[in-house]
Design a protein around this ligand. Structure first.
Ligand code: AMP
Length: 637
């Protein structure tokens, strides 16, 4: 008997669960489902998004309604159209083996008469946004006077968005004896008030600690000067070649401006905010889900309800005005059991906000330094090497081999490798050669007395630590903590002797003080990990610039002024208003040679899956090694 069977679910639901590939119930499912199936009760469940809460209320509601009765029996209220559609879709998937169950989504921006017609045909379950639901009630297009179940999903979000009155009005037209199930990530006073007003002795369940961030999300901040905010964002993206992220800005204007700049600089980015039409937003979300967009730059309101499971990073380009909102932002990553990172780019004047957020999320931030140009180059170079290694060869190429061979005749293997890598890499290294170090440190009175999670003894860095590159990484199941433990154990070093551990997919970086360098080189280069030789080398920088006695950065290995990043082609961004509202596939006058600059389409650096449709132009020379095509122009609705 699997764990879902023990929850008391029907055969048809178990069959659907099998199809969905869910192996075990999540915590909220395990806690909520048996209670909701057994009893007719009200419930308050404190659970973040991504915890599996849709199924936690979806399975019981499907099992409890009477499919032979076509009246509306359950109403699910959700804050946004996106979430409303996702819930509808999930409920349809869950109920696919139930006969006669109809689910209808009711939301703004679509035809109200079509929705009314679908309801009239008989919808036992309605999933609705509060505004449109209120509208339909006012026009007499829906009857919820006989419902048995009312579910408020993401109640705190709905109230944040100003739906208090709508919710109260909607609930007032439902029968008193129904059951209400309220799901919320946090419990602000307004949500508690709704609970008090409309629920009777609700059972309370909590997943994880109340108000705490998800355990699967780690939190980092990078201290920079305000003028370096955008440069910091680009470097963070360059240091994480596989980034798939939501970048939060405070205003629609900033959101649009940052997205446009990223696109200009060749990143696969797009903006999501309230000034876009619904069709534009749908197009952006479709491209994001399809991984054609790696950096979705969004406002808080527009990003509500984004339900994409594999987001690797949430980037707080600017912190929100209300620090409670941070929780919602960071909850977009670390979903469905995956690990995620929430990054804050912060200036000195905002530092105290970090402490306030730590109190709310009950988790510590790790202070990190923006990678220097040389470190980014190392990361990208290794990423490129791995990409070449992992690229599957299309044997169509065999036909051209004789001609290629005759061109490359006479080159040794080593020369050939160097040249191949240089084709992609020269422009990248040239760009970063010219950039200065932008990392900043909390120092003097501004430096907070913080628990430094990677154990970096900041003061010891004055003489310059040794930075190492090692050929093991997350592929070998290490994260920074486990790698640090492994290195300390293997090298027989003390608690703070290994620091600035930075784990990438196929390789990692770490620091020690110079006195340990000989030992590290000697011991690690003679160790095997599961039959594979470990290779450690001294990296050319110390992991973010050296610091003077105030802990300030004194510049990285590359000097020189700033220069604009070389542009890449083929990115998408919604146009500004008045320009037709579509996307542009941005070809610009950037240097065409060598596709490996910052950054990205068609180069080595993206793992996007191939999408349907054919390219509107032939691949450039620089795309020849990569396995990922440029993003296609998304279809307009
Ligand atoms: P939710 O919190 O409802 O938005 O769910 C987050 C994601 O987890 C959705 O994509 C669900 O399909 C998925 N999910 C829900 N329950 C499970 C489960 N028991 N096992 C694996 N994935 C699940």
């Amino acid at each position: 008997m699997n764990k879902f069977e023990q929850l008391g679910l029907s055969e048809s639901l178990l069959k659907a669960i099998l199809d969905l590939g869910f192996e075990n119930p999540t915590e909220v499912q395990e806690k909520a489902i048996p209670l909701l199936l057994e009893k007719d009760t009200d419930m308050v469940a404190l659970a973040q998004t991504g915890t599996g809460k849709t199924a936690a209320f979806g399975f019981p509601v499907i099992q409890k309604i009477d499919a032979s009765n076509r009246n509306t029996q359950a109403l699910i209220l959700s804050p946004t159209r996106e979430l409303c559609l996702q819930i509808t879709n999930e409920i349809k998937n869950y109920s696919k083996y139930e006969k006669g169950i109809n689910v209808v989504a009711v939301y703004g921006g679509a035809s109200i008469t079509d929705q009314a017609r679908d309801i009239k045909r008989g919808a036992q379950i309605i999933v609705a946004t509060p505004g449109r639901m209120q509208d339909m009630i006012n026009r007499g297009l829906v009857n919820i006077s006989q419902i048995n179940y009312c579910i408020l999903d993401e109640a705190d979000e709905m109230l944040n968005m100003g739906f208090y009155e709508d919710i109260v009005n909607i609930l007032s037209t439902t029968p008193d004896e129904k059951n209400t199930w309220l799901f919320s990530a946090t419990m602000p006073a307004e949500v508690a008030r709704i609970g008090k007003q409309f629920m009777t002795d609700p059972i309370e369940i909590t997943v994880g600690a109340k108000n705490s961030g998800s355990a699967t999300v780690s939190h980092e901040f990078y201290l920079v000067n305000a003028r370096d905010r955008y440069e910091a964002l680009k470097r963070l993206a360059d240091a994480n070649p596989d980034i798939f992220s939501v970048v939060f800005c405070r205003t629609k204007r900033d959101t649009q401006a940052v997205a446009e700049k990223l696109v200009e600089d060749g990143y696969s980015a797009a903006a999501l905010h309230g000034d876009l039409s619904q069709a534009q937003r749908d197009g952006v979300m479709k491209s994001f889900r399809g991984r054609q967009i790696q950096m979705l730059v969004a406002t808080d309101v527009a990003a509500r309800g984004i339900d994409v499971d594999s987001i690797t990073h949430v980037v707080n380009y600017q912190l929100p005005d209300e620090i409670e909102t941070y929780n919602h932002r960071s909850g977009r990553t670390g979903r469905a059991g995956k690990l995620g990172t929430s990054i804050v780019i912060v200036t000195k004047s905002e530092l105290r906000k970090i402490s306030s957020i730590e109190r709310i999320i009950k988790q510590k931030f790790e202070e990190k330094t923006i990678p220097s140009g040389i470190e980014i180059c190392e990361i990208q170079l290794l990423h490129l090497a791995n990409k070449i290694k992992d690229t599957e060869v299309d044997h169509e190429i065999d036909n051209y081999l004789p001609a290629i061979n005759s061109v490359l005749e006479g080159l040794s293997k080593e020369e050939l490798i160097k040249k191949m890598v240089s084709v992609e890499f020269n422009r990248f290294i040239n760009y970063y050669k010219k950039t200065r170090d932008i990392s900043n440190q909390a120092s003097g009175s501004e430096r907070r007395d913080r628990d430094d999670r990677d154990g970096a003894p900041r003061e010891n860095n004055n003489g310059g630590a040794t930075r190492y590159f090692v050929n093991i990484g997350s592929r070998d199941n290490f994260d920074w903590m486990s790698l640090k433990d492994y290195l300390k154990e293997t090298l027989d070093l003390g608690r703070d002797d290994v620091f600035k551990v930075d784990v990438k997919e196929g390789f990692s970086f770490f620091n020690t003080d110079p006195e340990h360098t000989d030992k590290v080189m000697e011991v690690l280069n003679n160790v095997q990990l599961e039959g594979r030789r470990i290779n450690v080398e001294i990296s050319k920088n110390d992991g973010g610039g050296r610091r003077d006695h105030n802990g300030r950065s004194s510049g990285g290995s590359f000097g020189g002024g700033r220069s604009a990043a070389p542009r890449r082609e083929g990115s998408f961004a919604p146009r500004r208003e008045g320009s037709g509202g579509g996307f542009r596939s941005d070809r610009n006058s950037a240097p065409r040679e060598g596709g490996f600059g910052p950054r990205r389409e068609g180069g080595f650096s993206s793992d996007r899956p191939r999408t349907e449709g054919s390219s509107d132009r032939a691949p450039r020379r620089s795309e020849s090694f990569g396995d990922s095509p440029r993003p296609r122009r998304p279809r307009r609705d």
